[in-house]
Design a protein around this ligand. Structure first.
Ligand code: ATP
Length: 320
């Protein structure tokens, strides 16, 4: 293999730039040429790309977002779009592809591999942590840290006014951001898509905490359940305590990546290129039990994300 392509696709995540840097520099180390493809599969279909060198990825390790930019590309879902993408790769002499993105992006990579024989390696880049095969996705740690920072600030003002704060976090249909942010910020209650909520039980828990001397409460709601605004409205109807809602929103997707995400980015990027240069495609990289792993892409995208009920129980036990 002499030339590889690299793209970021789907929702952006802190650490994508650090992963781009790791891919480019590892590739150059092994004597491979790298093309940076702009705006995900859209750039691949439209042949929008540039050769990258050591200096193309200078000064990005600490930046959020993605220097290659990202997009959701409907054309890639069609056979016509996929053929255009393959034509671009063939015309450019690109023999392998690294895709940094979430499960949708991996489905695109799987399609290129399965239907057109293009060796691809997926790097899990999404704040949602919604991929079962890897313990963590790139960007999740930074996003949760951002939530913690916001919740810390909310706690100050909620305490002063003896209020209940309902905080909406991202994660689409996955409750991991709510779970991890809830546990690590000391929230009393989390509401996640994986577990139906009972408003009477929530009110009971709030009342119990107030009776034991608490002056405020934090409830973290995952966006996959409902909005903070709607939840706060429903709660306000059944409690005498004052309720306020906050939606953290896209702040979660930006910012300088944490140490954990930069480390993952370095290891994922490095592993992805090592696989490709050894002629191994059709894999995704990840981390499991603190070890960098790789797995068949078809197997990885077919695994259903499991919620960590043990962590949820831990929160229930220590949050009051
Ligand atoms: P995030 O989890 O952060 O949203 P994602 O990678 O899951 O990231 P998607 O919007 O689901 O984001 O997918 C990104 C892109 O991947 C799509 O816009 C499309 O171009 C491509 N893609 C998704 N599913 C498929 C598929 N089944 N076949 C081919 N391409 C796909």
């Amino acid at each position: 293999m002499k030339r590889i392509g690299l793209l970021t696709s789907g929702g952006d995540a802190p650490g994508m730039n650090a992963a781009i840097r790791a891919v480019v520099r590892t590739a150059i180390y092994f004597g491979l040429e790298v093309y940076g493809i702009e705006r995900g599969y859209a750039g691949l279909i439209e042949d929008s790309m540039m050769p990258m060198n050591m200096r193309s990825v200078s000064d990005i390790v600490h930046r959020g977002g993605t220097m290659l930019r990202t997009a959701r590309c409907l054309e890639m879902l069609t056979e016509e779009g996929q053929k255009k993408a393959v034509d671009t790769l063939n015309r450019r002499g690109i023999e392998g592809l690294v895709v940094i993105g979430g499960d949708g992006s991996f489905r695109g990579a799987k399609c290129l591999t399965e239907n057109y024989g293009i060796p691809t390696i997926g790097i899990p880049g999404t704040i949602d942590n919604d991929l079962q095969y890897t313990d963590y996705t790139l960007g999740f740690d930074t996003a949760v840290n951002t939530c913690i920072e916001v919740i810390n600030k909310l706690r100050d003002t909620m305490n002063s006014h003896e209020r209940i704060s309902v905080v909406e976090v991202m994660g689409r249909s996955c409750g991991d951001i709510a779970l991890y942010a809830g546990i690590t910020s000391g929230a009393e209650i989390i509401v996640v898509p994986e577990i139906p909520f009972d408003m009477d039980d929530i009110v009971m828990r709030i009342n119990r905490s107030r009776a034991s001397g608490k002056h405020s409460n934090i409830i973290v709601v995952a966006e996959g359940v409902t909005s903070a605004e709607a939840f706060a409205k429903e709660l306000q109807e059944v409690t005498t305590h004052s309720v306020r809602s906050t939606t953290i929103g896209h702040i979660q997707r930006g910012g300088s990546p944490s140490m954990a995400d930069r480390m993952l980015a370095a290891q994922f990027g490095n592993k992805a290129v090592r696989l490709l240069k050894d002629g191994i495609g059709n894999r995704v990289v990840g981390i499991h039990k603190n070890e960098i792993i790789d797995m068949d892409i078809i197997e990885a995208v077919s695994m259903k994300k499991q919620f960590n009920f043990e962590l949820y129980e831990t929160l229930q036990m220590i949050s009051m």
